[in-house]
Design a protein around this ligand. Structure first.
Ligand SMILES: NC(=O)c1ccc[n+]([C@@H]2O[C@H](COP(=O)([O-])OP(=O)(O)OC[C@H]3O[C@@H](n4cnc5c(N)ncnc54)[C@H](OP(=O)(O)O)[C@@H]3O)[C@@H](O)[C@H]2O)c1
Length: 310
């Protein structure tokens, strides 16, 4: 099969489309013919030379954490999905490929009306946002500050928080102010004077903050939120631990992903895919994420032909 992978770490240019053996589904596993995969900062970090704790990297190392596609092969003991089912799922450093093999527990059904790009980029960032709001106990009556509201995680966090009954203020560049407003949050720009702008928007104060940006965002959150257990950090996790704020590490599960899909089906979640690249342009897709200024999600269209005989 064809897959987006790298042999040596470096910039987006190290990525190439390689031919590797098509994986086979073992007992309890499912093979999916991938239609669309997503790109995350995590992929960029690994490609740049970072080895995630507990991960063994291989050469060529495939990239990609989330995907949507069509079930192509079902391993022994699986009754929950069948060949031909349209599914959404996740896999660590494996999904940007024509086929991916995952445990059945890493899949949920794709709603018929959900477009492939939205489905293929849903399960990583959205589960991070969902985890963060759960850890921060965001609920009715809260005023939540989301740093980096226009990004992959921020876009979902802003919306799920409102579903939970919170009021949301989100930071973004001038170019993304209207976008953040369209998600139902009150936007403001980051940079000099941010604390004052936020206090002007929320005279009664900020109850809870989620830092998806890093840098000054954590310091500003400390100025604004008295209870450090209600400040969540997705970036600079070591510093977060030193400061006694909550380091947020995504926890993925089919139940969590299903809850997000259900929110989408209820019409309460807009999924933004700002750019879609063909597999051959995987380097350009990573470059876009590396800028740190992509809006919503960046998708990679894979679309292999069905395997013979299916
Ligand atoms: N701990 C975990 O489990 C976990 C999981 C997922 C992600 N993460 C981390 O969380 C961060 C966000 O991930 P993501 O997927 O949402 O990234 P992303 O999709 O690449 O989003 C980046 C966003 O950041 C905004 N931004 C850039 N500089 C900013 C600043 N100084 N203040 C506020 N916003 C700023 C950009 O908006 P503008 O263009 O408007 O500037 C852009 O929309 C990344 O660092 C990622 O590694 C951690």
């Amino acid at each position: 099969m064809r897959a987006a992978a790298f042999y040596t770490s470096g910039g987006p240019e190290v990525l190439q489309v390689v031919e590797v053996d098509t994986p086979e589904a073992g007992p309890g596993e499912v093979r999916v013919r991938v239609q669309v995969a997503g790109v995350q900062p995590y992929d960029s970090a690994v490609r740049s030379g970072w080895t995630p704790p507990g991960q063994n990297l291989h050469v060529p190392q495939i990239v990609g954490n989330d995907f949507a596609g069509v079930v192509d092969q079902v391993g022994a003991g699986i009754t929950s999905v069948h060949t031909g089912d349209e599914v959404i799922g996740w896999a660590m450093l494996a999904s940007c490929a024509e086929y991916v093999v995952v445990p059945a527990a890493h899949l949920v059904a794709k709603p018929a009306g959900m477009p492939w790009p939205q489905a293929g980029t849903l399960s990583a960032s959205a589960q991070t946002a969902h985890t963060a709001l759960e850890d921060l106990k965001v609920g009715a009556g809260d005023t939540l500050l989301v740093h980096a509201a226009a990004g992959g995680v921020g876009t979902i966090a802003v919306q799920l928080a409102q579903v939970a009954g919170a009021t949301v203020i989100g930071t973004a560049s001038p170019a993304n102010q209207e976008y953040v407003r369209s998600l139902g949050a009150t936007p403001t720009t980051y940079g000099d004077g941010l604390t004052g702008r936020i206090l002007a928007l929320a005279p009664r104060g900020i109850d809870v903050a989620l830092d998806a940006a890093g840098g000054e965002a954590l310091d500003i959150s400390l100025d604004l939120v008295a209870n450090r257990e209600r400040i969540g950090a997705l970036v600079d996790l070591d510093r977060a631990e030193e400061l006694g704020v909550l380091p947020v590490r995504s926890r993925r599960s089919a139940e969590r992903l299903q809850a997000i899909v259900d929110t989408y089906r209820a019409g309460k979640l807009t999924l933004t895919v700002s750019e879609i690249y063909p597999l051959e342009q995987i380097g350009e897709a990573h470059h876009r994420v590396d800028t740190g200024h992509s809006r919503g999600k960046i998708a990679v269209r894979v679309q292999a032909a069905p395997t013979a005989g299916r």
